[in-house]
Design a binder for this molecule. Structure first.
Ligand SMILES: Nc1nc2c(c(=O)[nH]1)N[C@H]1C(S)=C(S)[C@@H](COP(=O)(O)OP(=O)(O)OC[C@H]3O[C@@H](n4cnc5c(=O)[nH]c(N)nc54)[C@H](O)[C@@H]3O)O[C@H]1N2
Ligand SMILES: Nc1nc2c(c(=O)[nH]1)N[C@H]1C(S)=C(S)[C@@H](COP(=O)(O)OP(=O)(O)OC[C@H]3O[C@@H](n4cnc5c(=O)[nH]c(N)nc54)[C@H](O)[C@@H]3O)O[C@H]1N2
Ligand code: SF4
Ligand SMILES: [Mo]
Length: 729
């Protein structure tokens, strides 16, 4: 008994009257957490919870997932289709038939006048897989433009390209369970606790059970770096040099896995010859990590019984993103760490369904990782869909980052944006704005009418969101998860699947080809297309029922499989998807081509994310408990640099690059080195006014993370006004 104090009262959260729980998959990041949505007697959403029986999240959710059910009725939802009145430049409401008729007519007009490829379609990593598949059918089979790609070029393109170059196919070979087995983990440019909080939680649990070294390579002291055993604050854009130097140490000290290399790879001699030039003594001056540390981590990694690498945007968003991925694969092949428990090369994907679009959207090819370049693939899909294979292009068209410049040069006249917001997410926004203004016809299909890109559209199509629809996502570890339809689409919005189906009816081929009405029917088509092939992407054994029961199944999962587990790892037999079954070791020479700090622009400008926001804030910006943690554009700046410039904590500054300017608040923190600032990219008219976005030659992904800026003081009143103005839309 404690005298003088009342017995503490436990905090009680009133239980909500839930009648039914429905299974969904989180629609933000690629972790793939299962969320159950609670409905009351009237079928209204009242709450949600992490699904305890799901292997991925085991009942846990991060802040975005916990609050996700609030977005169904968040402000700014599109309630009806809109058409721009060209005379008054104002939107007027329209019914669906009018909006779709106009869209289809304009697409055809533009194609007739300027050629089939003059109308482009840019999609996303955030639809359901069945919707991706249907959009692919519509674009490849009916509209017939070859300029069709997704925002995944801003995100996963380098990983895809690197996997294809090394292993002959896309597809992350590892899984979260690898954390339970690994003896050493290197994380390149990936900040799990903020960007994939539940993957981080899985990693943390594994390390609590059995400690193994965690090495983080990131120019910032990220949250993950704070939890690491070793943090390597690398000079931006030089990961390839670090890896080459590690390979130099591993090979010269005989720590490589000769048996694995000779049995399962080719190209070792060329790799060995190249990395001989990357002695840590020289490499340290390029990558900023001292020679002893390079040797230390190389030995640690190579001597571990099994070692794994993960990476995200610090690698992919670089002028040598694809090379970076290939080099991480090299490191793992040379040490025999592919396809074994705890030994893998695992790209942590980004958007909730970044994998689904890679697999099934036909963006850079045809469904199921098929290629336009292969006549037998064109033949097969043409036959399956009932389209003349001659209708398909014979090689892939422009990537998303090349589609925009083609608008500038006049080759592309019309654009359909599906679930992406380039007016905030593309580099060098001043240039993007001009391109948007130049379009003869722009369709924006989005959940929110206030999405920045909609300022420039001629037709706006309001889409349903998340559990207003039904279908699958594939997560980072190739796990296919299900979202059940929980609610009707908001107001007069419609599911993306419905919109694609309706659009198809307005094209000649669309009247001949069968377009499934339901997501499950589309899923069954995809199953048929994945059967009977030795390729890894096989989902033929899956059904919605099985996926729901298992709370997610990993592919490959072949027809006839009777337990509810897919293969956790690819390439366990050492057989790769190349012609001769061997993985390619590819020598990567470093090219120093970034815009770097100089006297005029003395700071590196780095950009990325914070835990509470998702991308361009169309969703999290409207959820009070997410937005309140970072409602205003800001930058991280080192206190020493701030002092030298006379900048105080939480005052506004103006940033300038060779492209444009931005106004942000200064947050003084030792997370960034003295010559770097970091800006979360979530805010409209902010960091992407500054970025250069040089493209990777293989993947066409922009180097969002590296450019140069200078910092100027600004009148605080003027700054506040400017900031309000820019955020007013
Ligand atoms: N909360 C939240 N979570 C998200 C998202 C979100 O918007 N919000 N988006 C999702 C998506 S689509 C993606 S793609 C992922 C992104 O997930 P992450 O890639 O983990 O996130 P970023 O903050 O973009 O970048 C990661 C780190 O790369 C570092 N970096 C910069 N340059 C270099 C370099 O040259 N080398 C190395 N090694 N590192 C460098 C940055 O300092 C940064 O800390 O997150 C997903 N999860
Ligand atoms: N400077 C800088 N820029 C970056 C990055 C960076 O690190 N730094 N990261 C890049 C990366 S990795 C990415 S992935 C991109 C993301 O860039 P974007 O894709 O442009 O960003 P989002 O805000 O996710 O846009 C998705 C849109 O889809 C809408 N939406 C959501 N669900 C649905 C749906 O079911 N149907 C329809 N029709 N619409 C829906 C949302 O409201 C939103 O407007 O940004 C890139 N830009
Ligand atoms: S970790 Fe990712 S998938 Fe899981 S709840 Fe958070 S945002 Fe959603
Ligand atoms: Mo991304």
């Amino acid at each position: 008994m404690i005298f003088g104090r009342k017995k503490p009262k436990p905090i009680v959260i009133p239980t909500k009257p839930v009648k039914e729980w429905k299974l969904t998959t989180c629609n933000y990041c690629s972790t793939g957490c299962s969320i159950e949505i609670g409905l009351d007697d009237n079928g209204r959403v009242v709450t949600s919870r992490g699904d305890a029986s799901a292997d991925v999240n085991r009942g846990k959710l991060c802040i975005k997932g916990i609050l996700e059910h609030e977005l169904f009725e968040s402000p700014g939802r599109g309630v009806q289709p809109l058409i721009r009145n060209r005379f008054q430049d104002e939107f007027v409401p329209a019914d669906w038939d009018t909006a779709l008729d106009l869209s289809a007519r304009k697409i055809k007009e533009i194609q007739e006048k300027y050629g089939r490829d003059s109308f482009a379609v840019v999609s996303t990593g955030q639809l359901l897989t069945e919707e991706f598949y249907t959009l692919g059918k519509l674009v490849r089979g009916c509209i017939g433009t070859n300029n069709y790609d997704g925002n995944t070029t801003l995100c996963m393109a380098s990983a895809v390209s690197g996997y294809k170059r090394s292993f002959g196919s896309d597809g992350p070979p590892g899984c979260y369970e690898d954390f339970e087995h690994t003896e050493c983990l290197m994380a390149f440019g990936s900040n799990l606790p903020e960007q994939h909080p539940i993957i981080y939680w899985r990693l943390k649990e594994a390390r609590e059970k059995r400690h193994f070294p965690l090495i983080v390579i990131d120019p910032r002291v990220t949250m993950l770096a704070q939890f690491a055993d070793i943090h390597l604050p690398i000079t931006p854009g030089t990961d390839c040099v670090l890896i080459n130097a590690m390979l130099h140490v591993i090979i010269s000290e005989g720590l490589h896995d000769e048996n694995y290399i000779s049995a399962h790879t080719k190209g070792f001699e060329e790799l060995k010859a190249l990395v001989a030039d990357y002695n840590p003594i020289q490499a340290q001056h390029i990558c900023g990590i001292d020679e002893d540390m390079i040797r230390h981590v190389a030995r640690l990694y190579a001597r571990a019984g099994s070692a794994m690498s993960i990476w995200t945007m610090g690698i992919n968003q670089s002028t040598h993103g694809s090379d970076g991925v290939v080099n991480i694969n090299n490191l793992n092949l040379v040490t025999g760490n592919i396809g074994k428990p705890g030994g893998t090369s695992l790209s942590i994907t980004g958007q909730c369904n970044a994998m689904g679009t890679r697999e099934w959207s036909s963006c850079s090819g045809l469904p199921g990782y098929r290629l336009l370049e292969k006549p037998e693939h064109r033949e097969e899909i043409g036959k399956f869909w009932g389209v003349d294979p001659e209708f398909f292009p014979k090689k892939r068209g422009l990537a998303q980052t090349d589609i925009f410049p083609a608008i500038e040069s006049g080759e592309i006249k019309g654009l359909w944006l599906v679930a992406t917001n380039p007016m905030t997410s593309m580099p060098n926004l001043g240039r993007i704005r001009k391109m948007m203004e130049k379009l003869e016809f722009l369709i924006v299909q989005d959940v929110y009418v206030d999405v920045e890109t909609n300022k420039y559209s001629h037709v706006y199509l309001p889409a349903a969101v998340w559990a207003e629809k039904e279908g699958c996502h594939t997560n980072t570890e190739r796990r296919v998860n299900l979202t059940r339809n929980v609610l009707k689409p908001y107001a007069d919005s419609q599911t993306d699947l419905w919109i694609f189906n309706q659009m198809a009816k307005r094209f000649e081929n669309g009247q001949k080809i069968h377009f499934p009405e339901s997501a499950e029917e589309a899923f069954n088509e995809m199953r048929q297309l994945s059967v009977g092939d030795k390729r890894t992407l096989d989902i033929s054994g899956m059904t919605y029922e099985k996926i729901e029961k298992a709370r997610g199944i990993q592919w490959p999962y072949r027809e006839g499989a009777d337990d509810l587990k897919g293969d956790p790892r690819l390439y366990s037999d050492g057989h790769f998807q190349t012609e001769d079954g061997r993985a390619n070791l590819i020598a990567i020479r470093f090219r120093d081509n970034n815009e770097k700090p100089d006297d005029d622009y003395p700071f590196w400008c780095n950009s990325g994310r914070v835990v509470e926001h998702f991308h361009t804030r169309t969703r999290t910006g409207k959820i009070g408990n997410c937005n309140k943690f970072s409602p205003t554009p800001y930058m991280e700046i080192n206190p020493d640099a701030a002092e030298a410039l006379g900048i105080e904590q939480m005052t506004y500054v103006r940033l300038l690059s060779r492209r444009g300017d931005a106004v942000v608040l200064a947050q003084l923190t030792h997370r960034v080195p003295r010559n770097m600032i970091f800006i979360p990219f979530h805010f409209y008219d902010c960091v992407n006014r500054l970025t250069l976005g040089l493209l990777d030659p293989h993947s066409r992904q922009p180097a969002f993370k590296q450019c140069a800026v200078r910092i100027e003081k600004i009148d605080q009143q003027e700054a506040a006004r400017l900031n309000l103005e820019r955020r007013a839309f």
